[in-house]
Write a protein that binds this ligand. Structure first.
Ligand code: MN
Ligand code: MN
Length: 470
């Protein structure tokens, strides 16, 4: 329709009103092709990285293949150089040195690579009624009833007193066994079924079934436990006491899969926040030439438990890396930070038509409407949010529009319905301008989360646009 055929109302509506469109009505043919190949690579990243350690390993392998080298303190760097530093095998920061000096600030994208799961307790193995189990302690905000009667894998490391580390990865290899947490049969669940959802599966009942066959020719107690320990000793050379210094994570045994007849969605474990972590990583690895400012990708651990710990975003490890880069240019870290821009890339809640009551539909992110920008997160009147400045939101709108990124504004749920946080607050504490942006997710924190491919790809494009910003 040409403009002469439009009514005055139509013309004024188009000129004045904000009318977001489905991303598929805005997607170029070229972007559609790139989106499909990007999502195939993302699914591979998910299947390889089911823990923060595995994500670091995978990220480093991809980075090395793209010419990144480990950063050594004092190393002379020039524009275009690509470096990374791994923090205790659980977090990694990567950088491409820009044309402008660091005193003019860096362009940062930060995401987290830890996801909700069940961790093994320090003394996990026990036998009850001739069945062997691992005791678990859940990590992150998970809905316990979702973690029973699904196939589970065991990933992690056992650190030995001699200083060596034994990797463990059971469930995702060809022919591997899986594990599970059992639940009541409906026939006997009449009492349990009356309990509120949050109480029906107590945390201490999340015990992982790991064996049932007793040790042969033995009259003693705990024969099943002994037989399991014997197998673990044979395979990994570990003793029961070694669990004390282990980090073993129980994660869903699902592969990342296309979802829907039209394959427009991806179902997988760990989209939160590997969907943004991969976007930030892939965008950095694919930067061509020398960016105007130094581009930094931060993949942090421990976000799901408050960004605490030496590998979390509150750790000084990030400052140390950035300050090492600044030292090479005789620049004070604070002068770099005050001029820096950060995209805190973390997922947001997608409007779910099955649960409309918890969303403000005028402000909720929608699947296929692109990367969701969140000016603020938090709970109870924005408490805990960094609440980005209007000027910063405007700057990011400009950056994304100039780069042809499909984006939307997002708020996580109705006011006073709940809330959440991200690493944004910890970047703001460093005097870095920061805005939350990420992929809208259905069933966030469930063992099997769902995202739209278009939104995954647009988050990648957003990260790239931020890295390339002047
Ligand atoms: Mn997250
Ligand atoms: Mn989360």
């Amino acid at each position: 329709m040409d403009d002469t055929a439009k009514t005055p109302g139509q013309l004024r509506r188009e000129a004045l009103l904000y009318q977001p469109k489905n991303g598929y009505d805005r997607l170029s043919a070229q972007d559609e092709i790139a989106m499909h190949s990007y999502c195939e690579d993302y699914k591979k990243f998910l299947d390889l990285g089911k823990t923060e350690r595995e994500c670091v390993e995978t990220a480093v392998a991809l980075a090395k293949a793209r010419g990144f080298v480990p950063f050594v303190r004092g190393m002379a760097l020039k524009a275009g150089d690509k470096v990374y530093r791994v923090n205790r095998d659980k977090a990694v920061t990567l950088a491409v040195i820009g044309a402008a000096p660091l005193i003019q600030g860096a362009n940062i994208a930060a995401a987290h690579i830890d996801s909700p799961r069940l961790d093994l307790k320090p003394t996990p193995l026990y036998e009850e009624a001739e069945l062997a189990f691992f005791k678990t302690h859940y990590y992150g905000g998970l809905r316990k009833y979702q973690w029973v009667t699904i196939p589970l894998e065991l990933h992690g490391v056992v650190a030995l007193k001699d200083g060596s580390t034994v990797p463990v990865r059971v469930g995702n290899g060809a022919g591997d066994p899986v594990f599970t947490v059992d639940d009541l049969l409906p026939h006997l669940a009449s009492d349990q079924s009356k309990k509120p959802l949050g109480e029906a599966i107590p945390a201490e009942s999340l015990n992982l079934l790991v064996g049932s066959r007793p040790f042969k020719d033995d009259e003693g107690s705990d024969r099943v436990k002994l037989a399991v320990m014997e197998l673990l000793h044979e395979k990994y050379g570990i003793l029961e006491e070694d669990f004390i210094s282990a980090e073993l994570e129980v994660v869903p045994a699902f592969r990342a899969s296309d979802l829907g007849f039209d394959r427009s969605l991806i179902g997988a474990y760990g989209h939160d926040d590997r969907v943004c972590a991969y976007a930030c990583l892939a965008a950095l690895l694919e930067l061509e030439g020398v960016p105007a400012r130094t581009a930094v990708c931060m993949l942090a651990d421990k976000e799901e438990i408050g960004s605490e710990g030496v590998t979390g975003m509150q750790s000084a490890a990030f400052d140390t890396f950035m300050s090492d880069l600044c030292d090479g240019q005789q620049t004070a870290l604070k002068r770099c930070f005050e001029k820096s821009l950060c995209l805190s890339a973390d997922v947001t809640a997608a409007f779910d038509p099955n649960f409309t009551e918890v969303f403000d539909k005028r402000n909720a992110a929608r699947v296929n409407y692109g990367v969701g920008l969140c000016k603020y997160t938090g709970a109870r009147g924005k408490s805990g949010a960094s609440d980005a400045a209007a000027e910063l939101v405007a700057r990011v709108r400009r950056i994304l529009d100039d780069a042809g990124v499909v984006w939307q504004m997002a708020e996580l749920g109705k006011a006073d319905q709940g809330g959440g946080g991200t690493v944004a607050a910890y970047m703001a504490q460093r005097d870095i301008d920061v805005l939350d942006a990420g992929v809208p997710v259905l069933s966030m924190h469930a063992p099997f989360e769902t995202v739209g491919k278009l939104d995954c790809f647009m988050t990648y494009k957003a990260a790239k646009a931020v890295y390339q910003a002047k």
